[in-house]
Ligand binder design. Structure first.
Ligand code: DX5
Ligand code: ZN
Length: 219
């Protein structure tokens, strides 16, 4: 099995020192930039939008993984492609025509991701899994960084891994929320491919070392 990818969540960065924090991720062992876009409607919080992403992309030299926590994400697929997103993840709960949305994301040259809230069962993806490049399992309720990991996530990883293998799909499993050095290895062993980590990285004394530690724990 290849080593787990680490995706620091820029939501936990210091926005007054964003270039510094982006450059920290560039020189660390992190694999992706995880970008949380919130609209204050799908989730009870507003994060940041297009102008900030544009400036992050200017400095970032790794894969840009955008997590849209917004209603009606179809309206912005072209915009996020133009901004330089490599992966665009929409919420299952926000898409009436998920299959169409996935095709629209891919038509713009991006990888297509689907995020599931903690209450949304993985079996709902049975009929679309082969069209999905990445499933983001929310291990907290979306909207805020710094929350505690929901333990039921392990079961969801197991069920999803089984579904992916059964269908012979090429889908990556990403875990988002409350990831720390306490759960990273078990998540990897259960079948996760990508771990998002916000507060655990940015609130640590040495974020580069923290990323390196997560990488080691999961290699
Ligand atoms: C939550 C976001 C997460 C968040 C993770 O709504 O989707 O990506 O930034 O932050 P931590 O790692 O602090 O839980
Ligand atoms: Zn996220």
């Amino acid at each position: 099995m290849s080593s787990t990818l680490i995706a620091p969540s820029v939501l936990a960065a210091d926005f007054a020192n964003l270039q510094r924090d982006v450059e920290m991720i560039n020189r660390s062992e992190a694999d992706w930039f995880h970008i949380d876009i919130m609209d204050g409607v799908f989730v009870p919080n507003i994060s940041f939008g297009m102008p900030v992403l544009r400036d992050i992309v200017k400095h970032a030299n790794k894969t840009i993984d955008v997590h849209l926590m917004i209603v009606d994400p179809d309206r912005y697929i072209k915009t996020f492609a133009a901004l330089g997103s490599n992966i665009l993840t929409v919420h299952y709960e926000a898409c009436t025509h998920l299959h169409r949305t996935l095709q629209a994301i891919k038509a713009e040259g991006m990888k297509a991701g689907v995020a599931l809230n903690p209450h949304t069962p993985v079996h709902l993806l049975e009929d679309t899994i082969e069209d999905i490049d990445l499933v983001c399992l929310m291990s907290v309720n979306p909207g805020f960084g710094g929350q505690s990991f929901i333990e039921n996530t392990y079961q969801k990883v197991t069920a999803l891994r089984q579904m992916i293998d059964q269908k012979g799909a090429n889908t990556q499993i990403e875990i988002d929320g409350g990831v720390t050095d306490k759960n990273a290895k078990q998540l990897k062993d259960t079948g996760a491919d990508v771990l998002v980590a916000g507060s655990f990285v940015f609130k640590s004394d040495d974020p580069v070392a923290t990323i390196s530690n997560l990488k080691q724990l999961t290699s």
